[in-house]
Design a protein around this ligand. Structure first.
Ligand SMILES: Nc1ncnc2c1ncn2[C@@H]1O[C@H](COP(=O)(O)OP(=O)(O)OP(=O)(O)O)[C@@H](O)[C@H]1O
Ligand SMILES: [Mg+2]
Length: 884
């Protein structure tokens, strides 16, 4: 059982009152609320939204774009430089424009972030708008369909089988209303709800609230009406859902842990930079600002945004391929999913099921069996399913149709216990001349277990255990052909209503056999998924022999098939082993489906679950990526993370590829940034310890950071090599560390070469001597500016280059081209910042035009760098068999 949600006081109070009190207190008329009343109530009790969407306002996004560590440090720099400019009038001419420039950087970086965020939001909103659940509400005297988010306390709503309860509701009218509260209690049992008042003790569980329908519950059968008592976060479900979404946030957690690693790393090194600069340069204020800039420059502050953009981009491309991603955090699961659990009907077999045979217990065609099944299906108010639809199709048959119609006229419905996946049977009570008739249809085993007699040619006989093998002989043959078989039984009763105790001592009368053919495309799709290294597991509630037949024909390994009962009989250790090695599971209850998913996860798999039935819901919620289809019941769609517009494994294959692309771009960003930061901070520590001046000014550092961040923002739009998508992508900090330690020092090595060259050869040559020997301030200033510009250029060039080098396993440009936007931003970035050093603007931030000879050196360094990193990459890939 999950904890966290608490029952609202209002719900508790009105559960114990007659409904008239409720009508009176909330001023509800027979015509329901007026729009004005609803508006007022919404102001008073809030909206029916759960995800705490407050964080999604434009204002919030603006604030997040402009107020962050990066902009704060920039602002501090702007203020400090403005004050020093004012005070130090002699350097006024040189520095007066530094603060406006910093201010411009601030605006530019904020705008980039903001635009990016809005783009992601637009994509997410669009996708969510595709899937909006509606509710039937009484407003202004009319029953209307409204979006469930418009619901408010006091609204009168109607619910039907297959619906998901949209709020916490006090029921006022019920007709065989059965709910599954599995989303809240984790139990898959189905409960009947009523509309009378109840009395509550302290020990009451959610199930004891018989007249309350909890938000998020699924309507398994029947219908009802009720008054909304609590909406949005006030509901029990609202209290849970925060936790539910948190659970699916593995990637965010991973990303945060990486950020923490980097921050811890900086926490050690930044103080060293500060102290070293302070001691060697003597200016503690400048040292502090510099250390602060280093900290900001190296913080992976774009991390959340790049991740968001990657996910949004990925879900947008999936949207184009008939896959709607509802929960954007489930995208990571798509990238790393290595096991896909599927149900049978509709996924492996066709969407349309046909009733092929209706027969008595020895296999002869029997219209009486058809008639009883027809009544059962007709009066069944449970969630519509393929089997009932197939039975009802017979009313269109000439001749037979009229006969069935007459039977329905003569026998009216009295009561029912709808189908649920625990009992696996559906019971209907109809009126008759002498006796009322209980008609039961359902899984062979469950029906036969409840039968005491068999009927053959109108003759009732005691069912003997020794005869049961004969009975099965008839069915087994059909099952082996992959047909779905239901048993039909009946019993005359004298009552007018049903309880589960009535479902005993039944008379078995015959069977229904449905043709449920394997899909032609399924075998192909399974092959493709195999090629993508995603293992398929079939989890069905259907019979073992049917599952065996269908799976065998599709080329799924059926050498071992486990049934739910067999699993339950095993010890826990054995279960873990067996589940890992079995491809097909049959005769499962919804709970067992969820348990199998759980075990697979515990075995280290990232598990996807594709299903469309109410019985798939618990497993779907448990899995890393819950996938359903557009045609599934509302409650199931609500529980899924991803909705396929077509139930086809081929659609899923494309979705997985898109997911991996998005995932790959995210990993790329994290790895490259982490290793590049690692290298940079290393170089800066070395430089600030040994140099008598700062290796780079704060503003320059931040400018470099701005360029790199802008670059990273186009990464989500980068191409991904095909081989990078050929297997599930593992997300682990362990390999990140090794990546950082491998490539970071490589770039540090080239930084140090540049330092040495600038300090001992290049600058002395131009300034007329080594730094220590220079006495004039002007010459010293020139030396420093040359050095800083030199390093700025080298650092920028290599940082951009590393992006091109490490984004692919292959040779950049030649074997693997980046996408247009990446190419554009990198080229323009390099050009712009190189040209900047020649302009007056560059001068303002302490840079100067470098002589052409330096660019000669730079090109040499870059070529060498390119060569070394390529070799290093080769070694890395050979050693670890992967780059990302
Ligand atoms: N409408 C119904 N009336 C009576 N019995 C039913 C009905 N629907 C299903 N059953 C019984 O419940 C069993 C399990 O249902 P079902 O086959 O739909 O399970 P499932 O796990 O959804 O299967 P699949 O993997 O094919 O989707 C069936 O084999 C059948 O015996
Ligand atoms: Mg199903």
């Amino acid at each position: 059982m999950k904890h966290g949600g608490s029952i609202h006081k209002r719900v508790m109070y009105y559960a114990q009152q007659e409904k008239e009190v409720l009508y009176c207190d909330l001023n509800i008329k027979d015509t329901g609320y007026t729009e004005r009343q609803a508006e007022k109530s919404r102001e008073k009790y809030g909206s029916n939204l759960i995800s705490g969407r407050a964080s999604d306002t434009i204002f919030y996004r603006l604030r997040r774009a402009f107020i962050n560590p990066f902009t704060t440090v920039l602002l501090a720099l702007a203020v400090v430089s403005f004050i020093t400019d004012m005070l130090q009038v002699e350097s006024f001419s040189r520095n007066v424009t530094a603060s406006p420039i910093i201010f411009c950087m601030l605006v530019v970086s904020g705008m980039i972030r903001f635009i990016q965020e809005m783009k992601s939001k637009k994509v997410a909103d669009h996708l969510v708008s595709l899937l909006h659940s509606t509710v039937t509400v009484l407003r202004e005297g009319k029953w209307t369909e409204l979006s469930s988010s418009e619901l408010t306390v006091g609204d009168q709503v109607r619910i039907f089988a297959g619906d998901r309860i949209p709020a916490d509701i006090r029921l006022t009218k019920t007709a065989d209303l059965f709910l599954s509260q599995s989303v809240i209690t984790g139990e898959s049992a189905v409960l009947e709800k009523t509309s009378g008042k109840i009395s509550i003790q302290d020990s009451c569980t959610y199930s004891d609230y018989k007249n309350i329908a909890w938000m998020g519950s699924a309507v398994m059968g029947g219908s009802g009406e009720g008054i909304v008592l609590a909406v949005g976060p006030d509901t029990v479900y609202g209290g849970f859902s925060g936790m539910i979404s948190q659970r699916k946030n593995k990637f965010d957690q991973g990303a945060a842990s990486i950020a923490r690693v980097l921050l811890r790393f900086m926490g050690v090194l930044i103080p060293i930079v500060f102290v070293a600069c302070g001691l060697t340069k003597g200016n503690w204020a400048a040292a502090f600002l510099f250390a602060l800039s280093v900290a900001v420059g190296l913080t992976p502050e774009m991390l959340p945004m790049v991740i968001n953009a990657c996910l949004a981009k990925g879900s947008a491309s999936m949207g184009k391929k008939q896959t709607v991603v509802k929960n954007i955090n489930a995208m990571q699961g798509f990238g790393s999913m290595d096991v896909l659990c599927v149900d049978k009907t509709g996924t492996l077999t066709g969407d349309i099921i046909l009733l092929e045979y209706y027969m008595d217990i020895l296999g002869n065609e029997s219209e009486r069996v058809l008639e009883l099944s027809y009544l059962n299906s007709l009066y069944h108010t449970g969630v519509r399913n393929h089997l009932d639809t197939a039975v009802l199709k017979y009313r269109e048959m000439p001749g037979l149709g009229e006969q069935l119609g007459r039977a329905a006229e003569q026998k009216a419905k009295l009561d029912e216990i709808p189908f649920d996946y625990e009992r696996k049977i559906a019971s209907i009570l109809v009126g008759g001349e002498e006796n009322n008739l209980l008609i039961v249809k359902g899984s062979i085993e469950e029906v036969c277990r409840r039968c005491r007699y068999v009927e053959y040619k109108g003759e009732k006989r005691e069912k003997k255990p020794e005869n049961s093998s004969d009975v099965h002989a008839v069915v087994d043959e059909i099952l082996e052909d992959g047909m779905k078989v239901l048993a039909v039984a009946y019993k005359p009763v004298k009552k007018n209503n049903l309880t589960k105790e009535d479902e005993t001592d039944l008379i078995l009368i015959g069977y229904l056999a449905f043709f449920d053919a394997p899909k032609k495309t399924a075998a192909d799709a399974i092959g493709k998924l195999k090629a993508l290294q995603v293992g398929i597991r079939v989890l069905t509630g259907d019979q073992k022999s049917v599952a065996a037949s269908v799976c065998h024909r599709l080329g799924i390994d059926t050498s071992q098939i486990l049934t739910g009962a067999e699993l339950d009989a095993m010890s826990e250790e054995k279960q873990i082993m067996q589940i890992e090695n079995t491809m097909v599971f049959a005769e499962l209850s919804p709970k067992q489906k969820a348990e199998i998913v759980e075990t697979l996860q515990a075995n280290g798999h990232t598990v996807g679950y594709l299903g469309d039935g109410m019985n798939d819901l618990p497993a779907m919620v448990e899995s890393d990526v819950g996938i359903s289809v557009d045609t599934a019941a509302e409650a199931v769609k609500e529980g899924a993370d991803v909705i396929l517009l077509k139930k086809d494994l081929n659609v899923l294959e494309e979705g997985i590829l898109e997911g991996r692309k998005a995932f790959s771009n995210m990993t790329k960003y994290i790895r490259i940034t982490a290793s590049s930061n690692f290298g940079n901070i290393f170089s800066i520590v070395i430089a600030s310890v040994v140099l008598p001046f700062l290796p780079i000014t704060s503003v320059q550092l931040l400018l470099l950071n701005l360029l790199y961040d802008t670059l990273c923002l186009v990464l989500p739009w980068d191409h991904v090599d095909q081989d990078a998508c050929s297997r599930p992508l593992e997300w682990s900090g362990r390999t990140l560390g090794r990546f950082m330690k491998f490539f970071g020092p490589v770039s540090s090595f080239f930084d140090v070469i540049t330092f040495l060259f600038l300090y001992f050869i290049f600058c002395p040559a131009l300034c007329g001597g080594e730094f220590a020997q220079l006495t004039e301030t002007a010459a010293q200033t020139q030396f420093i500016m040359l050095f800083q510009t030199g390093w700025f250029l080298e650092s920028m060039w290599t940082q951009v280059l590393i992006l091109h080098l490490l984004r692919t396993r292959r040779i950049p440009m030649l074997q693997s081209r980046p996408s247009g936007p990446v190419m554009f931003v990198t080229t323009v970035g390099i050009l712009f910042f190189t040209v900047l050093t020649f302009t007056p603007l560059g001068k303002i931030i302490g840079m100067m035009a470098m002589p052409v000879s330096y660019f000669g050196f730079l090109v040499g360094v870059v070529i060498l760098y390119l060569f070394v990193v390529t070799v290093a990459k080769g070694i890395y890939v050979r050693k670890y068999k992967e780059l990302f």
